[in-house]
Design a protein around this ligand. Structure first.
Ligand SMILES: Nc1ncnc2c1ncn2[C@@H]1O[C@H](COP(=O)(O)OP(=O)(O)O)[C@@H](O)[C@H]1O
Ligand SMILES: [Mg+2]
Length: 259
């Protein structure tokens, strides 16, 4: 049994088929990068993994059990932008996740438990390089710092799966490099299973242990929404990454429209 089993998953909105027949198994600790043209259903797939939506057909198992139909602490998520709360300080953004589940009625912890939650949040923020910015608000942070905050916010709940939807897409190339290093370090430390959507093929090849290409292979010119995307390449990258890249970059680049 794999950690995550996606079994013949279809997703359809009205009569638009977005994903068709996705079947894959992912072991714990894999770092999957997902690429494909804009609109082919990558974010939809992440929402299914998060449990924010249920598939129209098929099922997703986590540890052999159907995914809960609501997001829970086993899965954390980071979007390209706006996943942090603008009206909360950096520290509160991360501490909130620890405080809320304990106190659904009053919203906050008190006394020792609250101090401990805040210490834990502060430690994680230090780890992602935001130790100096605990009292700041997101609007006072650069884009890269906001994404560090979003990552800390997702990790504080100790998820087993981290879902990243083009998390570095809005950042400058220099900053992206720093973020790649941070993400790989965190992944190695935590043994997280990662699914990361990127429109940067190089990012996909260099970060992932496995690269998946989403693509629509069936087309009906009279009914453009009749068919959805499938996973057309599923490449292990652990060994000999550069070989995989050489063999596939050319056909892939010809295939993927620049976004
Ligand atoms: N909740 C929804 N209702 C209707 N259509 C949707 C919904 N979510 C996504 N879609 C459609 O599904 C397709 C895939 O979208 P998306 O998963 O965002 O693609 P990607 O992330 O690969 O760019 C798009 O055509 C989009 O309009
Ligand atoms: Mg998307």
């Amino acid at each position: 049994m794999s950690f995550i089993d996606v079994q013949n998953v279809w997703q359809q909105y009205g009569d638009q088929v977005v994903l068709e027949g996705l079947t894959l198994s992912v072991n714990e600790g894999e770092f999957c990068t997902l690429v494909g043209t804009s609109g082919c259903g990558k974010s939809t797939f992440l929402r299914l993994l998060l449990g924010q939506e249920s598939p129209s057909k098929g099922q997703i198992l986590l540890n052999g059990k159907p995914l809960r139909s609501e997001p829970d602490a086993s899965r954390g998520v980071v979007f390209q932008r706006y996943s942090v709360f603008p009206h909360l300080s950096v520290l509160d953004n991360v501490a909130l996740g620890l405080e809320l589940p304990h106190s659904p009625v009053f919203g906050r912890l008190f006394g020792k438990a609250r101090r401990e939650a805040r210490e834990q949040a502060a430690m994680l923020l230090k780890r992602v390089g935001l130790g100096h910015a605990l009292a700041k608000y997101p609007s006072q942070l650069s884009g890269g710092m906001q994404q560090r905050l979003a990552i800390a916010q997702a990790l504080v709940m100790k998820p087993r799966v981290l879902l990243l939807d083009e998390p570095f897409g809005a950042l400058d190339p220099g900053i992206r490099k720093d973020m790649h290093a941070l993400l790989l370090e965190l992944w190695e430390e935590t043994h997280l299973t990662v699914f990361m959507v990127t429109h940067d093929l190089n990012e996909g090849f260099s970060l992932g242990t496995r690269l998946m290409v989403f693509d629509k292979i069936r087309h009906d010119p009279h009914a453009p929404s009749a068919y959805g995307a499938r996973i057309t390449y599923d490449l292990p990258l652990n060994e000999n990454r550069s070989k995989g890249r050489e063999a596939l970059t050319v056909p892939l680049l010809a295939h993927l429209n620049p976004l």
